[in-house]
Write a new protein. Structure first.
Ligand code: ADP
Length: 239
């Protein structure tokens, strides 16, 4: 069920931003942030102007993935926060404002407040795409986002594993309920190809997402293998 008692106001557009794409997952650790970063960079390669908003407030990982740990954003003379630039992407993350090893102990309304600030008090400038890296699950941030702005599409990332798919299904149904269009699902960690023997291993099960999209009447956007280079790149901030 979609929450209750929330004041639903008119949805706003984020000034200067073309399309807003949200990257979601049911569970953490399935590669949502990795997909968000690499999607943003791929759009950048197509000469698009791209911003990346890390809305994973309890576990912001984009500063690490984009080699911006420890950097502090500044404000401009109009009191707007200037996003950081990383690999030509504009980046804003809650992780830039808190100590990495301190837990964020916040309640729902505060999460909505910080999301609003990141959407409307950041000087995003002219963007073709704003990619939002959501927290896992179906919580306050997702709901605030869906009620505050017009999201052009959500992409749901899942591994082929049943437990991940179950939660991804809930995510998809939440977006349907709040009338946010779902673009489709990405199967991450789809399989592992052994560098020695060349054999393909289906570590998290085979084609779980592919079978799920039919059932959920959504699109299969593609698959990404489990690859040690992806993990290394993330840890080194070199996506
Ligand atoms: P989430 O945002 O869903 O919590 P992340 O994108 O942070 O997940 O990924 C979790 C971890 O798994 C990271 O260390 C990342 O580098 C690694 N990872 C993600 N996708 C892959 C992949 N296809 N192959 C290897 N490692 C991956």
């Amino acid at each position: 069920k979609v929450g209750h008692g929330e004041k639903v106001t008119q949805k706003r557009n984020v000034g200067g931003v073309g399309k807003v794409i949200a990257i979601a997952s049911g569970k953490g650790g399935v590669g949502k942030s990795t997909v968000a970063v690499n999607l943003a960079l791929s759009l950048k390669k197509m000469n698009k102007k791209v911003g990346l908003l890390d809305a994973d407030i309890y576990g912001p990982s984009l500063p690490m993935l984009l080699k911006k740990r420890g950097e502090k954003p500044r404000a401009n003379d109009k009191k707007k926060i200037i996003p950081l630039d990383s690999y030509g992407l504009k980046l804003m993350s809650f992780g830039l404002f808190v100590n990495e090893d301190e837990p964020v102990i916040w309640r729902g309304p505060m999460l909505g407040g910080v999301l609003n600030q990141f959407l409307f008090d950041v000087d995003w400038g002219q963007l073709d795409y704003l990619i939002i890296d959501l927290p896992p699950g179906t919580g306050d941030v997702q709901l605030s986002m869906a009620q505050t702005i017009n999201v052009d599409g959500a992409v749901i990332v899942s591994t082929p594993q049943d437990v991940a798919l179950l939660d991804a299904t809930k995510g998809l149904k939440m977006f349907n309920q709040v009338k946010t269009p779902v673009l489709g699902m990405v199967e991450n960690m789809s399989s592992f190809v052994c560098h020695k023997c060349g054999e393909e291993h289906f570590v998290f099960g085979k084609e779980g997402v592919k079978s799920k999209v039919e059932e959920l009447k959504t699109k299969y956007l593609g698959k990404i293998p489990l690859d040690i280079e992806i993990r290394k790149g993330s840890d080194e901030g070199k996506p």
